[in-house]
Design a protein around this ligand. Structure first.
Ligand code: GTP
Length: 218
């Protein structure tokens, strides 16, 4: 079977998987990301922060899957994306003011979009294998004019995405180029997930067969 569960509320992550031929079950974790990041301490390396957040998100949805009899021959993937700017991890800006300040700091510069990934393999309600890692993609930002920036901010899009930009939507007008995996910028790195799935003994081809829109895995 090899059903796939996406432990994320992110519509972008779901869209990346669906465009890549997999229609996962979606379960949203209840991880307190700020509390977990704080618990890791101020000196935690950025890659560790996003990877541990991804692990926590994937692990958080497992009890519910077991309760719903979805804990056998199941793969769970969790992710966490943040932008690393001047050594500081930035999540979602949340407000226009914060998003404006971030764009003023990053316009014309580059930063690294880090995405942590965690894959769990469940059998008979137990985690029998797991693999986690992060991907990093360098994003080179353009210089939006003041009018364009205000229009972008007013769209609301930058407020709810890591780093206050998107690659695949309105924000794409302001990304000059990237060095790395585009899917990981959007929120889930397909090549890294392929490698993590292989680490837990599952090929992507098996995932395609078991989780297409025509053959849903529930
Ligand atoms: N469409 C799009 N979304 C992006 C891009 N960069 C970051 N994001 C989104 O920004 C969000 C980063 O916040 P996260 O905490 O990782 O994920 P979330 O949306 O809160 O969802 P959870 O996985 O349930 O925590 C994710 O939804 C990413 O998909 C991008 O280039 N394009």
């Amino acid at each position: 079977m090899a059903r796939l569960v996406l432990a994320s509320a992110s519509p972008a992550r779901l869209s990346v998987l669906r465009s890549a031929g997999v229609a996962p079950i979606v379960r949203v974790s209840a991880v307190d990301e700020d509390a977990l990041a704080a618990a890791l301490g101020p000196g935690a390396p950025p890659a560790v922060v996003v990877t541990e957040l991804a692990r926590a998100k994937a692990a958080d949805v497992v009890p519910g899957l077991v309760r719903d009899s979805l804990g056998d021959d199941t793969l769970v993937v969790g992710c966490d994306s943040m932008l690393l700017v001047d050594g500081q991890l930035q999540g979602k800006p949340g407000t226009v003011e914060v998003a404006r300040e971030r764009w003023r700091a990053m316009a014309g510069r580059s930063a690294d979009l880090l995405t942590g990934h965690s894959v769990l393999r469940l059998r008979d309600g137990e985690v029998v294998a797991q693999a986690a890692d992060h991907s990093s993609t360098t994003v080179h930002f353009g210089r939006p004019t003041a009018d364009d920036l205000e229009a972008y901010l007013a769209s609301g899009e930058p407020l709810q995405v890591a780093g206050a930009f998107t690659l695949d939507s309105l924000g794409g007008w302001f990304v000059e180029r990237i060095e790395g995996d585009p899917s990981s910028v959007i929120g889930i790195g397909l090549p890294l997930v392929r490698r993590l799935l292989a680490d837990v003994g599952v090929s992507v081809a098996r995932l395609w067969a078991a989780n297409t829109a025509e053959s849903p895995s529930v």
